[in-house]
Design a protein. Structure first.
Length: 468
C-alpha cells in the first residue's frame, strides 16, 4: 500500500513512454492529482457528475489534438487507433479506461472520422440545400452518418488497425499541400509534372510535409480527388490497386497520361537502383576490403570482393545510361506536348483576332478620320470667333510683343566694347619693360614729361585691370 501511494504522488512523466512526455506536458489538465480520475472508467460520471465527466472528456480531447499537432505518431491528419491505448499507457494506472468512450463521442460529433468509413463515403455532417435534390448524394450521406452512429470502439480500440481522421486538419493540411504542389508544378513548367501514380503522389507530398503517415496520404488523396475534385483520378481496370492522378480541376486522365506516368515510375525505379548501387560502391565495398586487409584474409576472398566491385560498376554504368535515355524520352514528350499547347494557343489567338477584326471596317475608319478632321477644324473656327468677339486683336498683341523685345535690347549696356578695350590694355601691359639700371633723367623735355605721365596712367589703372 505504501509503495502504491508513493507511486501515485510521483510525477506522471516517470510512468509514460518518453515519446509521450511532451504532449502530456503541454496539456495542463493532466496533473498528478487528476490522473486517477482521468485513467479510470468515468462514464458513470455522465449522469451523477456531468461537469466532472466533461472535464475528463475535454482533457483527453486536448491530449489527442496536441499529439497530432506535435506529430507524436508521425502523422499530421490521422490518429493510429491500434496504438493509442498503448501509447497513453501509464505504469501506475495502466491504459486509459475511457479513451474509447471519448473517441466515440468525438466521432458522433464529426470531429474524427474512421478511415475505414471515409474510404467508402465522404462523411458530411452538414448539408447544402442542393444536396436534398440529389437522391444519390442524400442516400450516401445518410448511410455514412448511420455508420458513424453505430461505430463503436469499445471492442475495437487496440485491436482493429483503423485510423481516425481529424476532419479540420484534413482540410487545412490538404489545402496547404495542394497549394504548394500547384506552385511547384507551375515552376517546373512541364506537363508531366502534374501526373502522378499513387507512389509518386506520396513521394511528392512528403517532400512538402515530412510528417505524413501512409494513412494521411490515403485520406488526403481521397479528399483532393473524390471530395473536392482538385485532382483527377483514374483507376486501372486491370489492376485494382493502381491509380493514376492528374493535378487540376476539370481534368481527365487520358491514355497518353497513363503512359507518361508509367514512364515516370520507371525513371523513379531506375533512380532508386542507381542510389542503391552507389551506396554499395561508396561504402559497403570499401569497408569490406578494408576489413579483409586488416584481418589478412586470403587473396581469393579479396579477389571475390574486387570481382563484386567490378560487377557493381558495370551495373551502375548500365543503370545510369538507361536512366539518361528515359529522362531524354520524358523531356521529348514534354517538348511535344508543349508544342501542341503552343499551337492550340496560337490557333485560338488567331481566331480571336480575326473575330475582333471583323468588327472593324477600313471604310468606317476612313470615314471617322474625315469626320474627326472636320470637327477639329470647326472647333478651331469657333475658338477664333470667340477671341474676336472678346475684342482681342492678335496683330496688335504681336506688335506690342515686338516693341517690348526692342526696348529690352536698347536698355542693355554695350558690354562687348568695354570688354574689348580692357583686353587691349592688358595686352599692352604685357609688353611694357622697365630698365632698372637706366639713370634718372631730370630733363624737363616734353618727351620725358609725356613718358612719365604715360607711366603714371598705367600704374593708376593697374588695380582696375586686376579687378576686371
Amino acid at each position: 500500500m505504501h509503495l502504491l501511494y508513493l507511486c501515485t504522488i510521483l510525477s506522471s512523466s516517470t510512468y509514460i513512454h518518453p515519446s509521450m512526455e511532451k504532449p502530456f506536458s503541454e496539456v495542463p489538465q493532466f496533473k498528478d492529482s487528476r490522473l486517477p480520475s482521468l485513467y479510470s472508467d468515468f462514464s458513470h460520471l455522465k449522469e451523477i457528475n456531468p461537469e466532472g465527466y466533461q472535464a475528463n472528456h475535454d482533457a483527453w480531447v486536448a491530449l489527442l489534438d496536441t499529439s497530432l499537432r506535435l506529430h507524436t505518431f508521425g502523422s499530421s491528419i490521422t490518429l493510429p487507433g491500434s496504438k493509442l491505448a498503448a501509447a497513453f499507457h501509464n505504469k501506475v494506472y495502466g491504459e486509459p479506461k475511457s479513451l474509447a468512450e471519448t473517441l466515440n463521442q468525438e466521432i458522433r460529433k464529426g470531429t474524427y472520422v474512421p478511415l475505414s468509413i471515409y474510404k467508402e463515403h465522404n462523411v458530411v455532417t452538414s448539408r447544402r440545400v442542393l444536396d436534398y435534390f440529389s437522391p444519390v448524394k442524400l442516400a450516401v450521406g445518410m448511410w455514412s452518418l448511420v455508420k458513424l452512429s453505430i461505430y463503436s470502439l469499445k471492442q475495437h480500440l487496440g485491436v482493429v488497425p483503423d485510423a481516425f481522421i481529424d476532419r479540420s486538419r484534413l482540410v487545412s493540411v490538404s489545402t496547404d499541400i495542394h497549394t504548394k504542389l500547384t506552385l511547384e508544378v507551375a515552376q517546373k513548367g512541364v506537363i508531366s509534372a502534374k501526373l502522378f501514380s499513387e507512389q509518386l503522389f506520396a513521394d511528392a507530398v512528403r517532400r512538402l510535409n515530412l510528417h505524413l503517415s501512409d494513412e494521411d496520404v490515403q485520406a488526403m488523396m481521397l479528399y483532393l480527388c473524390r471530395d473536392t475534385g482538385k485532382i483527377a483520378i483514374l483507376r486501372d481496370s486491370a489492376d485494382a490497386l493502381a491509380v493514376y492522378l492528374k493535378l487540376g480541376e476539370n481534368e481527365t486522365v487520358t491514355e497518353d497520361d497513363v503512359a507518361v506516368i508509367k514512364l515516370k515510375e520507371n525513371i523513379g525505379s531506375v533512380a532508386k537502383r542507381i542510389a542503391f548501387l552507389e551506396e554499395k560502391l561508396d561504402r559497403e565495398i570499401p569497408g569490406r576490403l578494408s576489413q579483409l586487409v586488416k584481418s589478412q584474409a586470403s587473396e581469393d576472398r579479396l579477389k571475390n570482393v574486387l570481382i563484386r566491385k567490378s560487377a557493381l560498376k558495370k551495373a551502375l554504368s548500365n543503370s545510369t545510361n538507361v536512366h539518361l535515355q528515359l529522362v531524354q524520352v520524358l523531356d521529348k514528350i514534354d517538348e511535344a506536348k508543349s508544342n501542341i499547347a503552343l499551337m492550340e494557343t496560337l490557333q485560338n489567338s488567331k481566331s480571336a483576332l480575326a473575330l475582333l477584326n471583323k468588327q472593324v471596317s477600313l471604310d468606317e475608319v476612313d470615314t471617322i478620320a474625315v469626320e474627326l478632321e472636320g470637327e477639329m477644324a470647326l472647333t478651331s473656327e469657333v475658338s477664333d470667333a470667340l477671341m474676336l468677339a472678346s475684342g482681342v486683336d492678335e496683330e496688335e498683341l504681336e506688335n506690342e510683343l515686338a516693341q517690348l523685345e526692342k526696348d529690352e535690347k536698347i536698355s542693355k549696356p554695350d558690354t562687348n566694347k568695354a570688354e574689348s578695350e580692357d583686353e587691349e590694355l592688358i595686352d599692352k601691359l604685357k609688353h611694357v619693360t622697365i630698365d632698372s639700371k637706366a639713370p634718372l633723367n631730370n630733363s624737363k623735355s616734353t618727351d620725358g614729361v609725356e613718358a612719365t605721365e604715360e607711366k603714371r596712367k598705367i600704374h593708376s589703372n593697374e588695380p582696375e585691370l586686376l579687378n576686371a
